[in-house]
Design a protein around this ligand. Sequence first.
Ligand code: FE2
Length: 374
Amino acid sequence: MIILGLHSALDWDSSDAKNFSRIHDSGCTLFIDGKHIRSIDESRLTRVKYEGNYPVNSIDYCLDCIPREDVDIVAFPPSAVHLCNEQIASGDAGNFFRKEFPNAEIWYLSHHLCHAASTVFTAPFNSGSFLTLDGMGSSVWDFADGSTKRMENNSIGYFNKDKREFRFFRLESGPGENSFGDYYMNLASQVFNGKTNNTSSEYSGAEGKIMGLSAYGKPSNKSKPYTVSTEYPLNSMNIDRFEYGEPIINFYEYDNVYPYIKDLSYEDQSAYLQGHFENAIIKWISLLREDYLTENVCLAGGVFLNVCANSLFRDMFENIHIPPWPNDSGVHFGAAVWAAYKSNETIDIPSNIALLGKEYSDSEIKQSITKLWN
Ligand SMILES: [Fe+2]
């Protein structure tokens, strides 16, 4: 069975702000009869950072000589974009895929399910739990009135690959609410824009830079954790438990955080943001660990690109698996491997999953160096 996993915009511009689009890291993965064949991000072929458009080049690269008529399943997680859901509801998305892959079944999957599958099926252990955290995943779309009701913001679950068990619990909130990824992305972007005088409204991708810069700052004594102002008490974060349920984090009015710290040096602003983020995520994961997460845990979602925070919960678990693609670069892989698993195929993953992507011959490398040199 030939299975393609895709993550991308469809026939529209992924960077068009009117689509409320945050689609980035588009790409394609190919599995045949359960065996992983190829994965690549579109940005590697277009050289456009954070490319989110439909991955024409990645599909060509993955399929190589395989005719599109031979594709059996296209697994596609719709992202949190109104237009995407509208196109699925109207049938336009189905028509789009039918033109591309005339004989394929189209599987629309949850974005967070794909993150989860991308880490579970590459983990070196057989059973355990998983946690996904990112900015926002798929919408919970109301097909009756055509609106977004809720948004995936984190998910947990359990798996036993030998027993073919995979239980997925999707946790949701209002769009952009109570999301570790959204919180960090928005504040990092404000610190980055202040430092670089960047006035563009485009996604800055500043999270990694701010995490790095935080090492040069000192912890601020401006406020105690989770409280922005003592003069006008305003909790920016609060961690609580649902009655009989999992811990939930609430982020309140964090637009007020940046004005409060903007007089600090950029290094100290970064240290403030990173420090409070670490405190919050450690506390939240500790609560999950008490009742939900097991000794073996698989993590995925863009939040786990924060290696400084990751290093702090290392001792809470026996084994932690984070694939090389915890961000949306792993979503097309997760979609494809999930479709192969649900088709009862035996999953066969390469031993070194850090080396997926295009191979370059010595002559291609030499040609590129020569071109640059001249
Ligand atoms: Fe994501």
